[in-house]
Design a protein around this ligand. Structure first.
Ligand SMILES: [Zn+2]
Length: 255
């Protein structure tokens, strides 16, 4: 990508497929990749994993974006997943204002699980746990809807350019769509869009950014138990602290 080029945001659009009683989200998630890469370069965040791992991470992030935009009211949504048979787990946070960020971390190959935290502004947060069926990042997000939300939801991200979510409203009809492979599902939704069957409800712009600032990290540290707080600082009264959401490093001073 050329130097000085400004990156586009990722556009996610929610539709109503009225004749079928379905909510549809369509997105071109490709801009999330240069946005993530430029964020990581800007803050000197290490990139120790191979390209395949980042591609899986970006696909997971695209799917978390689909889930976020399927909601009528945005909220904070944090996804933490250890996939069966994989040595890298992913965390992705989606904020109500359209910020996505996350990080990759090493996990034991055995032992998998997903933790999903949600919080609406001014309300108590909720937490769900479930086991991913396989190592597919998109299917894992889809599984959350099935097990924690009891909604019939089909998601496909055959490429980042064509990310799609289809969710049945009560009495919605999607049996035939459920059986389609990923590419065929995207084609079916695009066909419905082309023939005017999809009514646009909302377009949402998503981008890669974290809320963290030195002040915010400092504030969080001061909530730690005093023993733990005291352990952080070196003899010069400074500490390097990593943002748990995006991996950005902050050099903090004790006073
Ligand atoms: Zn951060």
């Amino acid at each position: 990508m050329a130097r000085g080029m400004t990156y586009e945001f990722a556009h996610y659009t929610r539709y109503l497929w009225t004749s079928r009683g379905l909510v549809v989200v369509l997105a071109d998630a490709r801009p999330l990749v240069p946005l993530r890469e430029s964020y990581m370069r800007r803050y000197g965040i290490d990139t120790p994993y191979n390209a395949d791992v980042y591609a899986r991470f970006d696909t997971f992030m695209a799917a978390v974006g689909l889930a976020a935009v399927s909601l009528v009211d945005r909220e904070y949504w944090g996804w933490s997943v250890n996939f069966p048979g994989e040595t890298e787990g992913f965390f992705v946070a989606a904020e109500a204002e359209g910020l996505l960020c996350g990080r990759i971390r090493e996990t034991p190959k055995e032992g998998c699980g997903a933790v999903v935290q949600r919080q609406k502004a001014g309300e108590q947060g909720t937490q769900s746990f479930f086991e991913p069926n396989n190592s597919d990042p998109v299917e894992t997000v889809q599984t959350y809807f099935e097990v924690a939300m009891q909604t019939t939801t089909r998601m496909a991200v055959p490429t980042l350019e064509h990310a799609v979510l289809v969710q049945a409203l009560p009495h919605g009809k999607m049996d035939d769509l459920w059986a389609l492979d990923n590419e065929a599902l995207v084609a079916a939704v695009q066909g419905a869009l082309a023939t005017g069957e999809l009514e646009q409800i909302e377009e949402v712009v998503l981008f890669y950014e974290c809320r963290c600032t030195p002040e915010l990290i400092d504030e969080k540290l001061r909530l730690l138990p005093s023993e733990q707080f005291d352990e952080i600082w070196n003899e010069h009264g400074t500490a390097m602290v990593e943002c748990p959401r995006c991996g950005r490093n902050f050099k903090l001073t004790k006073n």
